[in-house]
Ligand binder design. Structure first.
Ligand code: SAH
Length: 266
């Protein structure tokens, strides 16, 4: 049975919904996310949101871009948050559409803090994060009983674009058998170097999944030692990096083949 509009929570005028659009393929969005796109009066979307999703918007919806790429803010975070407040105060149903999951390296928490301070009601609609869904599209399970009981999510750059200084690389190197790193391509060699210096095995497998779940998805496989030596410096972005033995499952689990890429949903 297909859900009807009355099955969904009311998208009340004057409220903001922060919705995760998933890693790329439009079909990876949740049903409630789709409902929000078709209902919203105003949509403020990020750079990594697949534009195909915006085609579901009402013809009279206000659709605004608020993207940032590669650490360079084209819109200041504060301006985006204040814009959400402004649109909500104008009585609109405001949809803040973000790539992946809004609360995973998406600054959704900060935006909600601003909304909370302004007394504006909001709802969070989680999405499939690139660090989980992107791996799945590369045939890499984030966990597998044979290899890891934990997984660590990390960001590969700080607000200035540099390798995050607040990270204890020695601890990270040995803390989890699987490390998934967002926004890591630019600093990949420096990160790999810190991990090996921190005691991580140079033969640990690494996969870099670029444009995950999209028709131009590519997966680059290497080892930590080879990254330290300079391989993998110039890969397409956005890309998610995964380090650990789970990468080797790809050999049998790599299911995403060209034939499956030929429609608009996934
Ligand atoms: N909130 C998002 C992450 C935003 S940070 C989420 O939960 O997925 C942006 C980073 O996400 C990119 O630098 C990249 O590391 C990752 N990413 C987003 N979309 C991706 C895609 N289609 N393929 C690979 N990585 C992706």
């Amino acid at each position: 049975m297909t859900p009807e509009p009355h099955d969904f929570p009311d998208f009340e005028p004057g409220t903001v919904w922060l919705v995760g659009a998933g890693p790329g393929a439009p079909g990876l969005m949740t049903l409630i996310g789709h409902h929000a796109v078709t209902t919203a009066d105003a949509i403020v979307y990020d750079a990594l949101v697949n534009k195909a999703i915006l085609r579901w918007a009402r013809a009279d919806a206000l659709v605004e871009y608020a993207g940032k790429r590669g650490g360079k803010p084209s819109h200041q975070q504060r301006d985006i948050s204040l814009r959400l407040v402004e649109l909500a105060r104008a009585g609109k149903r405001v949809l803040r559409l973000k790539g992946g999951d809004p609360f995973i390296f998406g600054r959704g928490g900060e935006e909600c803090q601003t909304l909370a301070r302004a007394g504006i009601a909001f709802r969070i609609v989680p999405g499939i994060s690139a660090g989980v869904g992107g791996l799945a599209y590369a045939g890499i399970p984030a966990t597998h009983r044979d290899t890891n009981q934990s997984v660590m999510f990390l960001t590969g750059h700080d607000t200035t674009g540099a390798v995050p200084a607040g990270v204890d690389w020695r601890a990270v190197a040995t803390a989890s058998p699987v490390i998934v790193i967002y926004m890591a391509v630019k600093n990949l060699r420096a990160i790999a170097t810190r991990l090996v210096e921190g005691g991580r095995a140079p033969d640990d497998p690494v996969a870099v999944v670029s444009n995950a779940s999209l028709p131009d998805q590519t997966v680059f496989e290497t080892t930590l030692g080879d990254v330290v030596a300079g391989r993998g410096g110039d890969l397409p972005t956005p890309a998610i990096v995964v380090i650990g033995q789970v990468v080797s499952f790809r050999e049998t689990l790599d299911w995403y083949v060209a034939g499956l890429r030929e429609n608009g949903i996934g």
